[in-house]
Design a protein around this ligand. Structure first.
Ligand code: BJ8
Length: 380
């Protein structure tokens, strides 16, 4: 990061880095390094770091390939699933194209059934994720993580030692701490940057293949923000929760911020959900340590999903949140069913306003979203 640049230019650099990542993944292939494509934060990336493989996120966030996907999949299916499948099927995503192996998990029903068709045109490995974040679930996922490691060894002809995995854990823990330090700057009131810049930066870092460099980059960015961002206006402070954010769904963040509020936190997968908790480096059993961290991710695919409530509880307090916006993607049943529990918790226990909205990857509802969100913000 060039420290002579001003903040807007630096945020633009992160966006540029994401665009360049298409070229970077090509370079990685030219160096004969393995590329693993993933769809979910339940994949323990420590295994990939342990074998020096690049990890690319294949969760698509645009509606471009949905019509192609709908030739094979039902129309009434989550846009994330259709879009991701469509990019793979039409070969429009370079990350998918360059992935040697795609890893999926048994999360929601739509995703796990989609992988069956995806396996027709790409090698796919499925990790069986438990439904419940219990000791049984941890035991089961531990076995799956070991099976995943063995699959990687078989496909790529490598040996992954426990020492390699420990290095992977250290690298990923340092990365998570750095990302948490970045989004924690939003605890300040007024918030120093917009939620839009924050989310775009968080998403861009997932496309940085030099993971060891992320902590220093985040540190430099935080210094820059502290030195240059001097907001004076206090605004209503919004926490966003629900399905993963990014790409087309940034329309929700933009609508919040255009209405005069600021998004101070993202509990979603692209935000705190997978970053808050680290892997216990003192656990002598690396597989147990990984299983415990990952099974604790508060996704609505888990039942009961107390970990989401736990994280929301601390974020609402720490970020001094005035209102919660719960974003559901169309036909995402697990998150949709969970809205009632989240509403009850936010209204009854935290005593602050809550709204939930359902959207997809089209821009057709932007006007309606803006009207609803503006009315919500006005009420705060
Ligand atoms: S850990 S949030 S990345 S599953 S939105 S495809 S749940 S129907 S994306 Fe997710 Fe992993 Fe959970 Fe995170 Fe299904 Fe819902 Fe679509 Fe979803």
């Amino acid at each position: 990061m060039e420290l002579r640049k001003n903040l807007p230019e630096i945020f633009e650099d992160f966006a540029e880095g994401r665009r360049n990542s298409f070229l970077n993944v090509k370079k990685i292939k030219e160096q004969d390094k393995p590329v693993i494509g993933i769809f979910c934060t339940y994949f323990p990336q420590e295994l990939a770091v342990a074998m020096n493989a690049a990890v690319v996120s294949l969760c698509a966030t645009s509606d471009e390939t949905i019509p192609a996907a709908e030739a094979d999949l039902p129309k009434n299916l989550c846009p994330l699933i259709k879009s991701s499948y469509g990019f793979g099927k039409t070969d429009k995503c370079p990350f998918f194209y360059f992935s040697d192996l795609v890893v999926g998990e048994t999360t929601c029903d739509g995703k796990k059934k989609m992988y069956e068709y995806m396996a027709d045109f790409k090698p796919v490995h499925i990790m069986e994720l438990p439904n419940c974040p219990t000791e049984n679930g941890v035991e089961m996922y531990k076995k799956e993580i070991i099976r995943m490691k063995e699959k990687l060894e078989e496909v790529f002809g490598v040996t992954i030692t426990e020492e390699d995995i420990r290095r992977g854990i250290r690298v990923k823990n340092a990365e998570r701490i750095a990302l948490k330090n970045l989004y924690s700057i939003m605890k300040a009131d007024p918030a120093p940057i917009s939620g839009t810049d924050l989310m775009n930066t968080l998403v861009a870092t997932t496309f940085n293949f030099e993971r060891e460099k992320i902590p220093a980059q985040m540190e430099a960015l935080i210094e820059k923000i502290k030195a240059e961002a001097n907001p004076t206006e206090k605004k209503p402070r919004i926490l966003i929760t629900g399905c993963p954010m990014g790409g087309a769904t940034m329309k929700v963040v933009e609508a919040v911020e255009e209405s005069g509020a600021v998004v101070v936190g993202f509990e979603n997968c692209s935000g705190a959900k997978s970053v808050e908790e680290n892997v216990d480096e003192s656990n002598p059993d690396v597989y147990d340590a990984l299983a415990r961290k990952y099974v604790n991710i508060g996704c609505s695919c888990m039942t009961p999903n107390d970990n989401r409530i736990k994280l929301l509880n601390s974020m609402i307090d720490e970020y001094n949140v005035d209102g919660v916006v719960d974003m559901e993607l169309q036909a995402c049943h697990t998150y949709a069913v969970e809205t009632l529990r989240i509403k009850r918790f936010v209204n009854d226990e935290k005593k602050i306003p809550y709204m939930n909205l359902e959207t997809d990857y089209s821009q057709a509802d932007v006007g309606q979203l803006k009207t609803r969100i503006a009315a919500f913000i006005e009420m705060l």
